[in-house]
Design a protein around this ligand. Structure first.
Ligand SMILES: Nc1ncnc2c1ncn2[C@@H]1O[C@H](COP(=O)(O)OP(=O)(O)OP(=O)(O)O)[C@@H](O)[C@H]1O
Ligand SMILES: O=P(O)(O)OC[C@@]1(O)O[C@H](CO)[C@@H](O)[C@@H]1O
Length: 305
């Protein structure tokens, strides 16, 4: 079974308008609400791929009830810890020229609410994988991801972590199955800038040395690189009008891990991950199955090392 952990889920309030002007009243051309948060997005894409997952996280207040109701409409398996604070609302402004996001802090999580989530993790089995993604709400620090990673490894299972900075680096010695920094996040980890692919591969190889089993570097419209202990692979991003950049990275993780759990094949996993990422970029919401299948045909993988 795949479990996703979204410590800080959200209702994503998507506002579409021609142009965003700060300091005045802007009016939308269309607006809608989506159940959001990185792990939730991973679970939603897994569902499109007909792969079972259970979404864990902290949900609370009236916004939390609305959020849960939205997920029920998507028929997602969920098992949330109910918290006393309100689930956040993240604002995604999609103007014709650019997207602007304002993400809330999320509710404070008490010690007992945190313990309730750790208790769920303590019941997984060795064949399972736990995917932890996104920011942490108030009163949870980086230690939270580390504690989960330690617990998962004690139980003989695998984990995947999609976060940045120290929170990511601290878990590497516990051997995450895959990490997926984008190329900007990877550069930040080493306080550098990249001028060519070789430098990106070298940085990813350093993360392998520190313990990651696989490093997937996403590069938005420039595709992705997968660096494994044996090889490095590159894949393209097909060209099409981009409708949405929210959740492309989450979609890529879903495709990669979902496939890895089936066949442990890095090339097949990269192929499906890239298809899911690009298919979401070409969709208003997260990608649906038909779009993923269409985009899959346009992905080419090349072994470059
Ligand atoms: N504009 C695009 N055109 C085609 N494919 C894209 C585009 N943007 C993203 N993708 C695909 O999705 C993958 C993940 O996207 P990206 O690198 O933007 O991840 P991310 O920074 O984690 O994104 P986000 O945080 O917005 O979900 C890319 O490696 C690529 O395969
Ligand atoms: O604030 P975080 O947890 O870093 O990111 C949250 C978020 O921006 O990530 C998802 C897209 O990846 C959205 O559904 C959600 O609003």
């Amino acid at each position: 079974m795949i479990y996703t952990i979204t410590a800080n889920p959200s209702i994503d309030y998507v506002l579409q308008l021609k142009k965003l002007t700060v300091g005045v009243v802007n009016r939308t051309q269309a607006d809608f609400k989506l159940p959001g948060g990185k792990g939730i997005n991973v679970s939603r894409i897994l569902q499109e791929l007909a792969i079972n997952s259970t979404a864990w996280g902290f949900v609370g207040g009236e916004t939390g009830q609305m959020f849960t109701h939205m997920l029920q409409q998507h028929h997602l398996n969920t098992d949330f810890v109910t918290v006393s604070g309100d689930t956040r609302i993240n604002v995604k402004v999609k103007a014709e020229d650019e997207e602007t996001e304002i993400n809330g802090q999320g509710p404070a999580i008490s010690a007992s609410e945190k313990a309730a989530l750790l208790d769920k993790v303590s019941h997984i089995s060795a064949q399972d994988v736990v995917i932890m993604s996104g920011s942490l709400p108030l009163q949870l620090d980086n230690q939270f991801y580390l504690e989960i990673a330690q617990l998962v490894k004690q139980l003989g299972a695998q984990f995947v972590i999609d976060t940045t900075g120290k929170a990511l680096l601290d878990t590497l010695s516990l051997h995450p199955l895959v990490i997926k920094p984008n190329h900007h996040e990877l550069a930040e980890l080493f306080q550098t800038t990249f001028t060519d692919t070789k430098q990106i591969i070298a940085a990813a190889q350093k993360l392998l040395t520190q313990g990651a089993q696989n490093v997937l570097v996403s590069m938005a419209g420039a595709g992705a690189l997968l660096v494994t202990p044996e090889h490095a692979y590159q894949c393209n991003a097909p060209k099409e009008a981009v409708k949405n950049s929210v959740g492309a990275g989450d979609s890529m993780i879903a495709g990669f891990v979902g496939t890895w759990m089936q066949n442990q094949d890095p090339v097949a996993s990269l192929h499906q991950g890239a298809a899911c990422g690009s298919a979401t970029a070409f969709s208003e919401d997260l990608a649906q199955k038909a779009k993923i299948q269409e985009v899959y045909q346009k992905i080419k993988i090349t072994q470059i090392q």
